[in-house]
Design a protein around this ligand. Structure first.
Ligand SMILES: Nc1nc2c(ncn2[C@@H]2O[C@H](COP(=O)(O)OP(=O)(O)OP(=O)(O)O)[C@@H](O)[C@H]2O)c(=O)[nH]1
Length: 302
């Protein structure tokens, strides 16, 4: 088990005030920092950092625990001797870097490694911040689903993948029934609560590979990569049941909510707008047929 050292570049410099003028380590760190700052993806920053240390034989393997993702990236191979650094800048957690080596580290070697870690922390912090901002720009703040801009981008990407791979792509358009009544009777804040809870129930019915977006006010879109109409109908029914099965408990009231769902499956060569338009037509048919139901475009037998 490796001991974990907290690495903060400010306190690390403070610990060695008598450090001599820049030597080869410092020059290498400077070069490394200028290479690393080019990347705005934390995974790429770590990959480049690891490649540099592996190349110089300072480690046989380097693992990185991302502070915001449930994963650890490994470069190189695992080895018995380990030293782990929790990276912190101004109280901001940047994750944990573990260096693994077949031989035991000497104290002088660790000092050199800490100089290189100092080159890593700021590019890594910038990349983590950039990723956070980019994610916020693509998320709907109320429900945590993807927003309209994210849907446009993802739909284009998924249609392209479907075309190249010869896969199918299912699209569900989902709308809460009589939502205006909830807003009018209980107020906008209660309406917001319903939207949040509804998104949570939808997510609970989805598989990991399905993608949820808030399309507009009380309308959601789900993309099902590599899924045909049968799978799309099965998901739509699961969602319809999950929403209507039990009342929504709000702060002061409980309300029953239902959803209508329209489904269209991508046809080769079909433009994005046409696919959305067909799902919308199916949704309209579900509303006209009485709501709390699922319809597909084209309708069976058409
Ligand atoms: N609370 C809340 N309400 C919203 C939000 N966005 C849109 N709405 C409301 O959603 C309601 C949509 O009403 P309608 O389009 O008439 O639809 P509906 O009442 O669900 O009726 P059907 O769709 O025909 O079943 C309007 O009252 C909007 O003000 C939001 O972010 N929060």
């Amino acid at each position: 088990m490796a001991s974990i050292l907290q690495f903060d570049p400010a306190s690390s410099a403070a610990r060695r005030p008598e450090r001599p003028a820049p030597g080869p380590d410092a020059l290498r760190a400077l070069q490394l920092a200028s290479t690393l700052q080019v990347w705005l993806d934390p995974g790429r920053v770590i990959q480049r950092f690891a490649a540099d240390l592996l190349e110089h034989g300072e480690a046989d393997g380097i693992a990185y625990r991302d502070p915001e993702e449930d994963r650890t990236l490994l470069h190189g191979t695992r080895a018995a001797h380990r030293v782990a650094y929790r990276l912190v800048v101004d109280d901001e957690d940047l994750g944990e870097v573990t260096l693994m080596c077949r031989r035991r580290y000497e104290p002088a070697e660790l000092e050199g490694i800490e100089t290189l870690l100092a080159a890593l922390v700021y590019p890594l912090r910038n990349a983590l911040r950039f990723r956070r901002l980019e994610r916020c720009a693509r998320l709907d703040a109320l429900t945590g689903a993807g927003n309209r801009a994210a849907l446009d981008e993802e739909l284009r990407r998924q249609m392209d993948l479907a075309r190249r791979g010869g896969h199918s792509l299912g699209l569900l358009m989902l709308d809460l029934d009589h939502f205006k009544e909830i807003n009018d009777r209980l107020g906008h804040a209660a309406g917001d609560e319903v939207l949040r809870e509804c998104a949570a129930r939808i997510r609970g019915a989805m598989r990991r590979s399905d993608l949820l977006f808030r399309y507009g006010g009380e309308e959601f879109v789900i993309l099902l990569p590599d899924a045909g109409c049968e799978a799309a109908v099965a998901l739509a029914e699961r969602i319809r049941r999950a929403v209507s099965a039990r009342p929504f408990r709000l702060r002061e009231e409980t309300v029953r909510v239902t959803v209508s769902v329209g489904i269209a499956c991508h046809r080769p060569g079909e433009p994005q707008a046409a696919l959305l338009e067909r799902a919308d037509r199916a949704l309209y048919a579900a509303k006209r047929a009485g709501r709390n139901r699922v319809e597909v475009h084209p309708p069976a037998g058409a």
